[in-house]
Ligand binder design. Structure first.
Ligand SMILES: *Cc1c(COP(=O)(O)O)cnc(C)c1O
Length: 382
């Protein structure tokens, strides 16, 4: 029976695991290894937890169902998932990527992938002509994030899939910001989808996890082997925390998005706010493309204020909103990308991207919107 995403979040990929004694909550199989029935017979499906574990399997089937993927693999963090994907490439391979990628991905590339001979070409993927010019017969992959961090730039997923496939390259999409609740890149042509499960999927600011979701089985054996060889597979307990977090993904995303829109509209009325970056505002340059390829705008927004001093004042004076990195949890967080999330980006490059000393990023959480607005108001105008 076909199920909607809200139902899949609650019940997961395979509803009841055969040995779970009808438990409503998937048991945590906290074991490193599984017994062999006798010589010549291996245990059924499960041998050793680094390779397979029933709790992790249930989570992987759930995430695959949410993304409309053939298979999902759960990792210890989003970065572990991204590292595994980069292991698909060989020295000399060219990858075209969004110019404002997640800082950790850029760092991975600069400190590890480059040394392994990969070439990463950063382009403004919101500009169709720039992507068209960059994707050439030597390109092995196009790697995008949409909306991007922290500028909320929107990239056309269908167009990138078409351009990548026209030269025999694959499209990889980091779908962390909108989560599978609002956006399913595989349905738009992506080959591989990445998530930092630490964010909306886990949803409670308490667990690190990452996922790779695969359109078909072209890379599934290879990536599964990479995952257990690296030893980066998610533990049974953290897998269970992810399963529990995902049960409420739909209602959390709806509520956080509602709050984000209220805050974005309030920020627009403030004389000391010079610009608001939220994909859900009709004046956002990516509004139309985002509306065509997703079911929502999410709950991440950025804004610029009149002076660097005011930005500092807001960070110092917020009471309910917390000055912290990360995103996607119940607690609203605010951060200062110039010195926090994007500290590793060269100052000229930061300036070019618009990440100035007046720029703040917010992960809007699940508190009452009016309380969050009152908090921003006292921090900004108090
Ligand atoms: C946080 C994040 C990552 C990295 O995930 P970790 O779980 O912190 O390793 C990758 N991509 C995006 C867009 C993120 O926000």
């Amino acid at each position: 029976m076909k199920q909607s995403i809200e139902t899949l979040c609650v019940h997961g990929g395979d509803h009841r695991f055969p040995d779970s004694r009808e438990a409503l909550s998937m048991p945590i199989y906290q074991t490193a290894a599984f017994a062999h029935p006798d010589l010549g017979h291996s245990p059924d499906r499960f041998y050793y937890t680094r390779l397979t574990n029933p709790t992790r399997n249930h989570l992987e089937e759930t995430v695959a169902a949410l993304e409309g993927a053939e298979k999902a693999i759960a990792f210890t963090s989003g970065m572990a998932a991204i590292t595994a994907v980069f292991e698909l490439f060989a020295p000399g391979d060219r990858i075209v990527a969004s110019a404002d990628l997640y800082g950790g991905t850029v760092l991975l590339f600069d400190s590890i992938s480059k040394k392994n001979g990969l070439n990463l070409e950063l382009v403004d993927t919101t500009d169709a002509d720039a992507v068209r010019a960059a994707v050439t017969p030597g390109t092995r992959a196009v790697y995008i994030e949409t909306p991007s961090n922290p500028m909320m730039n929107v990239t056309d997923i269908r167009l990138c899939a078409e351009l990548a496939h026209s030269v025999g390259a694959i499209l990889i999409v980091d779908n962390t910001f909108l989560s599978p609740y609002f956006q399913n890149p595989i349905a738009l042509g992506a080959d591989i989808v990445i998530h930092s499960g630490t964010k909306y999927l886990g949803g409670h600011n308490d667990t690190l996890a990452g996922f790779i979701c695969l359109k078909d089985d072209t890379y599934s054996e290879k990536l599964y082997k990479i995952s257990y060889t690296l030893g980066a597979t998610l533990s049974p307990f953290d897998s269970w925390l992810m399963i529990r977090g995902i049960k409420t993904l739909a209602i959390r995303m709806e509520r956080a998005q509602e709050n984000a829109l209220k805050i974005a509209n309030w920020l627009k009325t403030q004389k000391n706010v010079t610009k608001v970056y939220y994909v859900g505002l009709p004046e956002h340059p990516g509004y139309a493309v985002n509306a065509q390829q997703s079911r929502g705008s999410g709950a991440m927004l950025s804004f610029a204020v009149a002076t660097p001093e005011l930005a500092q004042q807001i960070l110092a004076k917020v009471k309910i909103i917390t000055f912290a990195e990360s995103l996607g949890g119940p607690e609203s967080l605010i951060t200062f990308p110039a010195t926090q999330t994007h500290a590793d980006v060269a100052p000229e490059e930061r300036e070019r991207l618009g990440i100035t000393d007046c720029f703040l990023r917010m992960s809007v959480g699940l508190e009452k919107a009016e309380d969050l607005i009152a908090d921003l108001n006292q921090a900004m105008n108090g």
